[in-house]
Design a protein around this ligand. Sequence first.
Ligand code: MN
Length: 427
Amino acid sequence: MSPHAIDDTHDPALESWVESANDPASDFPLQNLPYGRFRRTADEPWRIGVAIGDQVLDLQAAGLIEHPDMARLMSADLAERHALRRLIQRALRADQPRQAALRDALRPIAAVELGLPCEIGDVTDFYTSIHHATAVGRLFRPDAPLLPNYRWVPIGYHGRASTVRASGHALHRPRGQTKAAGEPAPRFGPSARLDYEVEVGAFVGRGNAMGEPVAIDGAEAHLFGITLFNDWSARDLQAWEYQPLGPFLSKNFASTVSPWIVTMEALAPFRAPLARGADDPPPLPYLDSDANRAAGAVDLTLEVWLRTAAMRDAGLPAQRLAASNFADAYWTLAQLVAHHTVNGCALRTGDLFGSGTQSGPRHEEAGSLLELTRGGAEPLRLAHGEQRTFVEDGDAVILRGHCARDGFRRIGFGDCVATVLPARTGA
Ligand code: MN
């Protein structure tokens, strides 16, 4: 089903003349080559770059693309995409004779501004982790945590692109309506239950025409690659507003996306079988295929780290709160594409899918504070003495992700970080 086979571009023995890329701990070895957008100063246009070690290679300056047009690159056909991956890899390989010329097209990642990796179109947020759906459901409905449609239909809602921000931004705590149980009327004010959601973001490469559903075995050819995605959520606003049409202002005030799109090509060595239990029904035929069952999932370790203002002031590093794996998701990316288009809906280049919060089967694998603190009832004790039920002002939340498998180079995603500021004051 994946149109991207493991090939010589995944050879773990390949090394780059960019020394930092050969460090086994680097997120960006020669086998990864994720795309992003960067600029050196705020008044210049975005350039397209590929991360290599601690550097970014400017593809236009290196003579590898003609125009810095990410949408064009993302909507290219698969043969063109494969060819560009090979071209970039060859340019960065240790045996490359033109190193001196290419060196001028390198910039330290730390010295540039990283933007959104592409212009984002429509946003759809799914709910693919059955462990998250069950844990959250249990908080509200202890007797029947999982609603009966969950095992049959990929649940999702349409989100918003205008407030998706690149990693490194700050966001104000949102304000809105909340209503405490037992109170006769809602009140207006800052959210007291601000949360993160650890998600995978998938970007559409080539779209489909309205009225023309994408079959499951062709679905991945419509995806360009994936990022980390933090779907900031105000749980108290959400609880009051979500019925009957779903989340609205509790979700659309900010989302954070990591700066590099790891391509579907780079993920080829890290595919995994669809995770299903013995009691789960087989998917309906349009959501099912042998290839999807065998390798539709992605073995991607996701981590969430917290650095509070007090930790920053004391010079302490971030603390890891939880880790989970995208391979535990109940629905695969191909199933999401097939489902989203089965009614004739058109996807366009740059559309973004959120996977939904990724939680594993164990409590410590929870992808949100809502789950980790059991609805705020069990505060987390941080190593230096603070505690948290939800995110506080000054907290920086950092998502990290990597894929690792014996016989292949580990690849990573880079940090997806944002810092929470106090709510705005005034009317
Ligand atoms: Mn979400």
